[in-house]
Ligand binder design. Structure first.
Ligand code: SF4
Length: 692
C-alpha cells in the first residue's frame, strides 16, 4: 500500500527571518511539495521564490553530513571525519583552555542574521560560559532603529500593517523583494489595493515605486539629510500634530530652531531630490494620519545611521503617528519568557561594561559586538585579546565590512569552530566544522526577540540526516560540555518549552495554534507616559551628555568624501533569490540569478563603453571586484548598484570558493565607524568602473 502525502502547517525560516506560513507536503519522511498557507497570519498564501526552493536544501549533494576536523593547514581544505562526541569534546576543551589562559572573554560566539531560537541559545551559552562577546551584525541591522528608538521614545517603532494606514512611506525598504523581519509585502499590498497611498524613498525605482504617489530618488546614504528636510517643511508649514507635540514631546523648540537650516533647497545638493518634491512628500505624510514609515536596512548602512534613525523617529512623533493604529507602534509581546531570563543575563552582570566595543564608548544597550571591534581585538588585542570563536548561521568573510581584514582575523584565531549546512568560505577556515540541520528538520520558534509582538510555530516536518544536528541541539550539548549541566537539558526541545511556559502552552499546543501574538494596545503613553527620562518623546535627548550623544539629529556631511578619482557612488541591494551570502548553491535559485549583477544607468554605460552582460570592474579606495553589468534606468546615472554576498560554491575550496572575485565587502572598509553603533559605510562609497 502506498503512503499518502500529508500536508503539515509550519512557517518558513532560514531563507530570511521567515514569517510566511507554509503547507508542506510530506511523504515517507521526504518533502514533496510546499505552498503558501492561505490562512497565514502575515502572508495569506504568499510564497516567494526562496520559500518555494527551500526544501531543496535538505537533499542537496553538497550538504555537510558529518563533523569534520581540519588536518592540513588552515584553509587548505583537508579534513577528516570525526564523531559528534569527539567534536563536542574538542570544542569544549579548546575553549576552556583559552578561558584558563586569557579569561572567558577571549572566547567569542558569532551569529549571522537570527533565524530562530538559535541566536538566543547562543547568547545563553555566552552568559553561562562567562563571555560577554556575542558577535553580530546589529550595527548594520536593526540596532540603530531599535536602540535609537529606546533612547528617543522608549520603544522600537514598527510599521503597523495589521491596521489600515492612510499612507505608508517605504523608506529604503524594498518589501516586495526582501522580507523586513516578517513584514512581508502581502499585508501592505492588500492595503494598497484598498486605497492606502504610498511614498517610496529609494535610490532605485523599485517595483512599488510604480504604485507610489511620489518616488524620491535620493542619493545613497543621505537619509538623514532628507529626513531633516522633511522635518524642516513640516515644522515650517506648521503641519505637525500640535496637541501631541505640546503634551508628549521634549525639546520641540530646540528641534524647530535646529532644522531651520535644512531647507529642501539647500539639502537637494546633498540628496539630489528636487526641493518641490520633498515639500510635496513631506506635506502628504504630515496630513495623512494614520501614516506608517516602513524603514529598511539601508538607513543603517552608513556612519550616519544614528542621525537618520533619530530624524525618522522625530518625524513619526511630531506628526502624531507614534503608537497609533496604522502608524509606527510599540508592538506588545505575548506572555512568554523574556529574553534576559531565557539568556540567563543575570549570570553576567558586568556584561555591558566588558563587551569589546564598550571600550570604544559606543551607545549603551548594544546586545552584540560589532564585527569591526571583534576584528580589532583579534588582530591588535585592543582592548584585550580574543583567541577563539564559534560561528553559526553566518559567513563573515562575505558579510562583514572589509573582507580581507575579516580573513586575517579568522586566520589569526587560535581556534575556530563553524556550524553550517554546506562548506562556505568561512567554514573552510575552521578547525572543526559541524553539520547543522536546516529548517523543516527540527522544532523551532520564529520571531522570538524581534520586537514585532508575535511568535511563530515552526514544528519539525521531517527527520534530518542522521548526523545533522539543529543549532540549538549543538549549543545545548556544547553548553553541557563547556559549562556543566545546570542550565541545559537532556532534550534540547525543553528550551522551547521554557519560552512558552508563561503562556501556559506546550510546544505541541503552540504548534496547533500556529502563532501567538500580544494584545493590540495603542497610545499606551496616555496611561504611563513614554519610557524615557522625561516621560515624553525626546526630540532633543535629555541625557545626551551622559551618553556622549549629539542631542539633535544632524547632517554633518556625506558618509565618505567626494573624490574626483572615484566619481560614481556605490550602493548595493539584496536579491529576492538569496539571503545575504546564502544559497548560491541552490540550483533553482542560481538559475534565476546566475551572476552578481551591477546596475548602471544607460547614460553611464554609454560613457564608459559598457554593454549589457559585460564583465565590469568596480573599484573603490579599498579594493576592486568584478560583477556583470546590467543596464537599467531604475538607477541614477551617478550611481552603481552592486550585488551583495557573492561567492562561488562551484569554484571549490582551493580558491576558498572565489571569495574575493565579486564580494562587495572587498570594496568596503572599517577605517571609519559611526561612533554610536560602530557602523561602517556599506553604501555611499566613491567608486570607478571599467569594462574588463
Ligand atoms: S518571503 Fe521570506 S518567509 Fe516568505 S517565503 Fe520568502 S523566504 Fe520564506
Amino acid at each position: 500500500m502506498q503512503n499518502e502525502v500529508t500536508w503539515v502547517r509550519t512557517h518558513c525560516a532560514r531563507m530570511d527571518h521567515g514569517g510566511c506560513a507554509l503547507l508542506v507536503g510530506v511523504k515517507d519522511n521526504t518533502i514533496v511539495g510546499v505552498k503558501g498557507d492561505p490562512d497565514g497570519y502575515l502572508n495569506r498564501g504568499y510564497l516567494c521564490p526562496k520559500g518555494l526552493a527551500s526544501p531543496d536544501r535538505l537533499t542537496h549533494p553538497d550538504r555537510l553530513r558529518h563533523p569534520l576536523k581540519r588536518i592540513g593547514t588552515r584553509g587548505e581544505g583537508k579534513w577528516k571525519r570525526i564523531s559528534w562526541p569527539d567534536a563536542i569534546k574538542e570544542i569544549a576543551d579548546r575553549f576552556n583552555d583559552i578561558k584558563e589562559q586569557y579569561g572567558a572573554r577571549a572566547v567569542t560566539f558569532g551569529q549571522g542574521m537570527p533565524k530562530g531560537m538559535e541566536h538566543f541559545v547562543l547568547i545563553r551559552l555566552g552568559n553561562v560560559f562567562g563571555t560577554p562577546n556575542i558577535i553580530g551584525l546589529q550595527d548594520v541591522c536593526h540596532a540603530p532603529r531599535e536602540i535609537t528608538g529606546v533612547h528617543t521614545c522608549g520603544f522600537y517603532p514598527v510599521a503597523d500593517f495589521h491596521q489600515p494606514s492612510k499612507l505608508v512611506i517605504l523608506w529604503a525598504s524594498n518589501i516586495t523583494s526582501t522580507n523586513e523581519e516578517g513584514e512581508i509585502n502581502t499585508l501592505l499590498t492588500n492595503q494598497i489595493k484598498k486605497g492606502t497611498e504610498l511614498i517610496v524613498i529609494d535610490p532605485r525605482k523599485i517595483d512599488l515605486a510604480q504604485k507610489a504617489q511620489y518616488w524620491l530618488q535620493l542619493r545613497p546614504g543621505t537619509d538623514n539629510a532628507l529626513a531633516l528636510s522633511f522635518l524642516h517643511v513640516i515644522i515650517e508649514e506648521k503641519l505637525y500634530d500640535r496637541e501631541f507635540v505640546e503634551n508628549w514631546t521634549h525639546g520641540f523648540d530646540a528641534l524647530a530652531e535646529h532644522v531651520k537650516q535644512y531647507t529642501p533647497e539647500r539639502m537637494s545638493d546633498v540628496t539630489w531630490v528636487e526641493p518641490a518634491l520633498v515639500r510635496k512628500a513631506a506635506r502628504l505624510y504630515a496630513t495623512s494620519p494614520p501614516a506608517a514609515i516602513q524603514w529598511g536596512n539601508p538607513i543603517e548602512h552608513t556612519i550616519n545611521t544614528f542621525h537618520a534613525t533619530r530624524a525618522l523617529i522625530c518625524l513619526m512623533a511630531i506628526t502624531g503617528n507614534l503608537d497609533v493604529p496604522g502608524g509606527n507602534i510599540q508592538a506588545n509581546e505575548p506572555d512568554i519568557l523574556g529574553l534576559a531570563s531565557f539568556a540567563r543575563g543575570e549570570l553576567l552582570p558586568s556584561k555591558r561594561k566588558e563587551m569589546i566595543h564598550a571600550y570604544s564608548h559606543t551607545i549603551p544597550r548594544l546586545m552584540t559586538v560589532p564585527p569591526a571591534y571583534f576584528k580589532k581585538a583579534v588582530l591588535e588585542h585592543d582592548p584585550y585579546p580574543v583567541k577563539g570563536a564559534y560561528i553559526q548561521c553566518a559567513n563573515p568573510i562575505l558579510s562583514y565590512a572589509d573582507s580581507r581584514r575579516t580573513y586575517d582575523a579568522l586566520m589569526n584565531l587560535e581556534f575556530l569552530a563553524v556550524a553550517d549546512i554546506v562548506m562556505t568560505p568561512t567554514a573552510a577556515l575552521a578547525d572543526i566544522v559541524l553539520p547543522a540541520a536546516t529548517q523543516f528538520e527540527f522544532n523551532d520558534i520564529g520571531h522570538y526577540g524581534l520586537g514585532h509582538g508575535y511568535i511563530l510555530a515552526r514544528p519539525k516536518v521531517v527527520d534530518p540526516p542522521e548526523e545533522c544536528w539543529p543549532d540549538i541541539k549543538i549549543l545545548n550539548e556544547l553548553g553541557k560540555a563547556m559549562t556543566g549541566e545546570q542550565h541545559w537539558y537532556d532534550d534540547y526541545n525543553q528550551l522551547l518549552e521554557e519560552v512558552l511556559q508563561p503562556a501556559g502552552l506546550t510546544f505541541k499546543e503552540f504548534t496547533e495554534q500556529g502563532y501567538l501574538k500580544g494584545p493590540d494596545k495603542f497610545k499606551k503613553y496616555l496611561q504611563k507616559g513614554f519610557r524615557t527620562p522625561t516621560g515624553k518623546v525626546e526630540l532633543a535627548l535629555s541625557q545626551a551628555e551622559k551618553f556622549g550623544l549629539p542631542p539633535l539629529p544632524t547632517f554633518d556631511g556625506l558618509p565618505e568624501d567626494d573624490g574626483s578619482d572615484y566619481p560614481l557612488v556605490l550602493t548595493s541591494s539584496k536579491s529576492q533569490y538569496y539571503l545575504h551570502s546564502s544559497y548560491r548553491w541552490v540550483q533553482r535559485l542560481r538559475e534565476k540569478r546566475p551572476h552578481p549583477k551591477a546596475e548602471l544607468h544607460p547614460l553611464t554605460a554609454e560613457k564608459y563603453g559598457i554593454k549589457e552582460g559585460d564583465e565590469l570592474i568596480i573599484e573603490t579606495r579599498f579594493g576592486k571586484i568584478s560583477q556583470v553589468a546590467h543596464i537599467t534606468d531604475i538607477v541614477d546615472p551617478r550611481v552603481v548598484n552592486a550585488s551583495h554576498g557573492w561567492w562561488f560554491p562551484e569554484a571549490g575550496p582551493e580558491s576558498l570558493f572565489g571569495w574575493q572575485k565579486s564580494n562587495l565587502n572587498i570594496l568596503t572598509s572599517t577605517d571609519k565607524l559611526g561612533k554610536e553603533f560602530g557602523t561602517p559605510n556599506l553604501k555611499a562609497i566613491g567608486c570607478k568602473i571599467w569594462r574588463k
